[in-house]
Design a protein around this ligand. Sequence first.
Ligand SMILES: Nc1ncnc2c1ncn2[C@@H]1O[C@H](COP(=O)(O)OP(=O)(O)O)[C@@H](O)[C@H]1O
Ligand SMILES: [Mg+2]
Length: 266
Amino acid sequence: MNAEKQNKEAVIRVENLSAHFGKRIILREVSFQAFSNEITVILGRSGCGKTTLLKHLIGLYPVRQGRVEVMNFSLAGIEEDDYHQFALRIGVLFQNGALLNSLTVAENVAIPLEQNTHLPASIIDYLVRLKLHLVELENAADLYPTQLSGGMRKRAALARAIALDPPILFADEPSAGLDPVTLSALDELFLRLKHGLGMTILLVTHEVPSILRLADRVVFLDEGRVLYAGPLTGALESDIEPIKEFFRRELSLRSLKGSSSLQSRK
Ligand SMILES: Nc1ncnc2c1ncn2[C@@H]1O[C@H](COP(=O)(O)OP(=O)(O)O)[C@@H](O)[C@H]1O
Ligand SMILES: [Mg+2]
């Protein structure tokens, strides 16, 4: 369950990160740390800035105000060569990070290996099988994305995201559209990556059961501000009203969803 208090190393350091689109301020002096071999969940209401924050952490948006350090890379003003090295060391699983439908599952997972290594095809093939085995898709290697269920597609995208064995994985709402059983299978995979491979994971999710299963630490955003950053237990016991309301609301939505198959939030 929760990570033991060891002398953990901060692998992500965010200090006073602010961002705006035009005149609208989206992130307001965001500061937090994420630690090695932990799962940090970023949460908060829709539109509070979670995706924008994640995009700054992976260098998709430039850091203009504040500091972002991921591993030993400082992302503000990062040079192109360094950014390339950085990009090779992170895995990214985004909601719309679609698989290429014209390629098989195995061919999709092979893309990062073909583009970024000089390994012979036989070794790439071997590494791809290994990753597919890890996400329990070894029997789907030769299928096309359209032949897969939503959960299988998500696992294939995960295999592709970790093809180069990144120490850190970023995932933005990977749970979207998954039923509870499929979702808990995906959560098991995240735990396998953490416990089995020592991966550090930054995850955006609304799903309270996932948060309870996975989070060592949470960062709670509200209108671009950090209301809380720290261990999960602290968030669950928080007296801060929007945090209490989030857990109350998400839990009651879940019980509604459970009682009627017609309920849907999206
Ligand atoms: N590219 C963009 N241009 C302008 N506004 C944006 C852009 N991306 C997001 N926003 C706005 O920024 C706010 C935060 O968005 P986002 O980070 O996607 O929130 P979340 O992921 O928490 O739902 C929203 O109000 C959204 O409309
Ligand atoms: Mg989002």
